[in-house]
Design a protein around this ligand. Sequence first.
Ligand code: TTP
Ligand code: MG
Length: 572
Amino acid sequence: MKLILSFLKKYDIAIYVAYSLTLIELVSELLFPFILGIMINNGIMNENMDEIIKWGMIMFGITIISFTAGMTNSYISAHISVSSAYDIRKKLFAAIQQFTFEQLSKYPTSALVTRFTNDVRQIQNTVFMGLRIMVRAPLMVIGSVIMAFIVNPKISIVFLITVPILIIFLFTVLNIGRKMFVRVQQNVDKVNLVIQENIAGMRVIKAFVRGKNENKRFSEANETLARNTEKAFRFMESSMPVLMFIMNISLVIILYVGHQQIQIGTTSVGDVVAIVNYALRTVMAISMFTFLTLAFARATSSAERIAPILEEKVDKPILKHDYTVKHGAITFDQVNFTYPNDTVNVLQHVSFHIKPGETVAILGSTGAGKTTLFQLIPKLYTPTSGEIFLDDQPLHMYDTTNLRTQIGYVPQSPLLFTGTIRDNISFGKADMSGTMLIKAAKDAQIHDTITSFQHGYDTVVGQKGVNLSGGQKQRISIARALLLQPKILMLDDATSALDTKTEHLLLDALRTYECTTLIITQKISTAKQADNILLLDQGKVVDFANHATLLERSAFYQRIVESQAEREISHE
Ligand code: TTP
Ligand code: MG
């Protein structure tokens, strides 16, 4: 609620205008039955044409005023609601951009997508309805009752009975309805989750012929959603006949009492018509208001889901010095790491020192914690304990954005964005000249492949780069990292899809860069070419030395070498 109001603050003038227009609209609407009554009494009952025309003109004028006020109000309300939705989306997006991996892992992608779409729309609709109805409906009820009493108090006593009954009835309905809609919203989240997982993992699902199971999972979620939505709407709908019944009864009473009074001459036909009119308006206003409260409940729960995202603390250390990485030395000192919401110690007492400009291979079986170790360096995660130093400065002293522009990170599963190859390579640095770009591509051993495409660097890669092979995507990611001219280059298994010759050329090219290079690999042939090798097993450092030394002193290393040699022989 506070959230919605905070986003509306900047539109306060527009909101005042909207509400002033509402008042004009309201007064016109309340006057209308009154004048209708006068017209009937003075004009129609007396067959006086002049009176009919006079009051008819006045009614016409009022209608025009009310119509204009209503239209303008609609226009302003639409503007306010759409603009505030725009603001919320913008702020949400900015907030998520600032998220650390830890924060991101708290919200599944599907949940974030629903915040942007469904939740923001819910708020937008409610803001619109709120501006149109919130003030008008209650005042309309009060105004109608007062006007009816002015016209004829005896007949209007009916209002004192029906209005409270209506209000109590509708609010009871609403209370139950609201709980049902909360459940519907949870079902929507569930369906989104399944859809999102399926689209993201379509290939895996197809490859493992999991389609049937996934269909079942989706059907279940979808059916629950449909069933609960139907229940909620059916329940709300079923209140309508009851509402009509109460309304009709009160109309009958008004007409009955009115008829009797006309006979004894204490009231006139026009007055009865006016009161019937007020009764109708009252019922309409009450039901409009109940639906608004329902929308309000949904908007509040939407806002409650958006608020935590906006309130996430942004990692902005207070920096005394704006450090930049000058040499590229990396030191881990007793680093431990556990993923958030997990208990497994993925990295245990990891310590090592890498000299500036060194090329270090990180070798270890799958799940050893290699990727995890990488993610700590650009501060994607923070160590649970221990300290990491870059050039003797603790990592937390570096400004995150600054730091990341100095690190070329090629993740394990390269992600390309929709756009041209050129866009994808210059992604980290849009202002790079063409020659730099081509040099980066050449060094990444992808230039020849790109030029062999019909459109060369302007070839458009589809969503997630579907029309490129895994190895091609890896090399484009490498080119992207090289273009940054990083002080630290990190390749996470990025050479796995390359043949030995290309890999050799790539590693040779990397040597011409003045940077510390970390290469995660499973292959001895790659590790061999590095200055040093960090052996990692189950989150612990096993050894740290060059190929020759390890071959001599590390049984662990010897085993890997032997097993890979055997495999090569059996392949031949
Ligand atoms: P990784 O660090 O991903 O292991 P790895 O990179 O050495 O493995 P691979 O060669 O297959 O790429 O994982 C170490 C452990 O941490 C593993 O048990 C999975 C867990 N983990 C998480 O819980 N969350 C994560 O985001 C990642 C990357 C790993
Ligand atoms: Mg990995």
